[in-house]
Each structure stands twice: as C-alpha cells, then as structure tokens.
Design a binder for this molecule. Structure first.
Ligand code: BQF
Length: 287
C-alpha cells in the first residue's frame, strides 16, 4: 500500500505558487488578492478560513478578511460582493459556506463575478466544467485530480466509483473523471444514498472516491484488492478528525490510499491558491 501524502504535495504546490508570486512582484507586479468572507461563528468554518488565510500569507497572496455577524442581511452581503467584484485589487472572492440560516447561498454565489470565482461554485463555472470549457474548478475535486497526477495514478480506462453527489465534491469530481485525458477517461459511477447495492458498486471499482460525510463508512469488504481509495471525508469525532473510510481495515487491501487528516484536505487549500494565482494571471494579462 502506498500512502498518498496530500500534506507534502500541497506544500510543494504552495512553494511553486510562492515562487511565481515572488518573481512577478519583484518585477513590480502587484500581489494577488483574495477576499475571504466569513459570516457568523461556525467553529469549523473559522478553522477553514484561518487555514486559507495562513496559506495565502505564506505564498505572498494578500488575503483580505471580511468577518460579518450572523445577523448580516442578504442585501448587505450582496452589496459587499458587488463592491469586491468592482475592486481591481481583488482577484478572487471566497464566500465560506455554509451560511447562517436566513441567507441564500445560491443568490450570493450567482452574484460573484465568474472571473473571480476561485471556488468554482458559480453556475457559469460549473457549466464550463461540464461543457469542457476553461474555467475555475471546485477546489476539492481539482485537488483530487492533482493528487492522482502527481502520484501517477492514471484513471484512463478504469472503473471509478464516486460516493456522494454534492455540488461541491461528488458531481464535479464525476465530471472531471469522465473528461478526456490520462487522469480522466474513467467509466464513472456516481453513487448516493439511494443506490441499491453500494457495496457491490464499490467492489467492482478500480478507484473509490468517498465523499459521503459519514465516519468509516467504506469498509474493507467494499474494496477490491489493489484499488486506489481516496477519502474526502472530514468528520469530527471524539477521537479527532476521521475520514469516510475505515483506514486501518482498508489500507492493507488497496494499492494506494489518502489519509485523513493530511490527504485531500490540504490539497483543497492548495487548489484555492492555484485558482487565485490563475485569476491574477488572467486579470493582469500575465499568461
Ligand atoms: C487535513 C470543508 C466540509 C464542509 C465545508 C486540511 C482542511 C481540512 C482538512 C480544510 C473543508 C475541508 C474546507 C485538512 C477546507 C477542507 O489536514 O486533512 C485542511 O481547511 N478544508 C472548507 O473550507 O469548507 C468545508 C469540509
């Protein structure tokens, strides 16, 4: 079994980004800017936002925090997004989800300029992904494909099972895996809570991507010998962070596996920086 080290890979990518930012800014180009909006006090969201801001800072990306109370109105939030759309020094707009009750996330995401949609959640970004057009790709699925590429685990011609049909992970991941290319061209099965025999679907898969949101949901009997297992789960339990895969049981059966923590999670952050860098290049005509 090969352990797929997302923490190390994400560090490598962040170092590459830092180098590009440093060399451009040394020539007088302004630094990339990312606006980070956090509404309310959700403890997990606070951790994620801190992770993202720290990563930006280390890479030379200017992160501009907007911490708003849970009592913020939809119109106030829409006005902030409009102001950030118009701000030339802002290359990316990150609206941390979930939003507190009473706020309409879809309406907010629709208001973000697609050119600054570094989370890839705008319907235009999703449409571009589905149609195979260039655009921002949701960070977690993009990070997963990047991990497969950097570990040279091609999906071409293989059977892939994605468990979970969320807009943020499962659906875009299934689309990426079915795209042309060495780290695409998979025969993809998108499974969910209404799939009649999930264990059978998984057992037939060369690649299993677990994005269910239930601790240790994928057990050893669900995994084919030699399969690649990617654990996207971030579950908080009494014993700490835990994935959607029963790691201890599955690790001896698969050819490669991502741990939690230190697998897909850090790659999500690295891809956010990569998307911000991409937006900055495009907006300044650096590419
Ligand atoms: C790690 C997220 C569910 C819902 C909303 C590193 C992160 C997590 C884990 C992180 C996530 C999950 C983020 C590890 C951002 C990933 O070492 O394993 C980093 O900060 N994430 C988010 O912003 O919103 C979420 C999961």
């Amino acid at each position: 079994m090969k352990l797929i080290d997302g923490k190390k890979t994400a560090q490598d990518i962040r170092a590459e980004i830092k180098e590009e930012v440093a060399s451009r800014t040394a020539q007088g180009v302004r630094a990339p800017g990312l606006a980070v909006i956090l509404v309310g006090e959700d403890p997990a969201s606070q951790v994620y936002v801190r992770n993202k801001e720290r990563a930006c800072q280390e890479a030379g990306i200017r992160s501009v925090p907007y911490r708003l109370p849970a009592s913020t109105s939809q119109e106030e939030l829409m006005a902030l997004i409009a102001a950030l759309n118009a701000d030339e020094r802002v290359d990316g707009i990150l609206l941390q989800l979930p939003l507190p009750k009473g706020l309409d996330a879809d309406r907010c995401l629709l208001a973000i300029d697609p050119a600054k949609d570094v989370d890839g959640f705008h319907p235009e970004s999703v449409g571009r992904l589905v149609q195979g057009l260039p655009g921002f790709v949701s960070c977690t699925p993009a990070g997963i494909i990047e991990l497969l590429a950097r570990y040279d685990l091609p999906t071409e011609g293989k059977k892939a099972v994605v468990i979970g049909r969320s807009n943020i992970v499962g659906k875009p991941l299934a689309v990426l895996l079915a795209r042309p290319g060495r780290f695409g061209n998979a025969t993809v099965t998108l499974c969910h809570s209404r799939t009649p025999d999930l264990a059978k679907e998984c057992r037939e898969a060369d690649f299993v991507f677990a994005a269910i949101g239930r601790p240790r949901f994928v057990t050893a009997d669900m995994v084919k010998l030699g399969a690649v297992v990617v654990d996207v789960g971030i579950n908080r339990t009494e014993q700490g962070l835990c994935g959607d895969v029963d790691f201890e049981a599955v690790k001896d059966k698969c050819s490669a596996i991502t741990p939690v923590p230190g697998g897909v999670g850090p790659m999500t952050i690295a891809m956010l920086l990569k998307n911000t860098l991409q937006s900055w290049r495009q907006r300044l005509g650096l590419c």
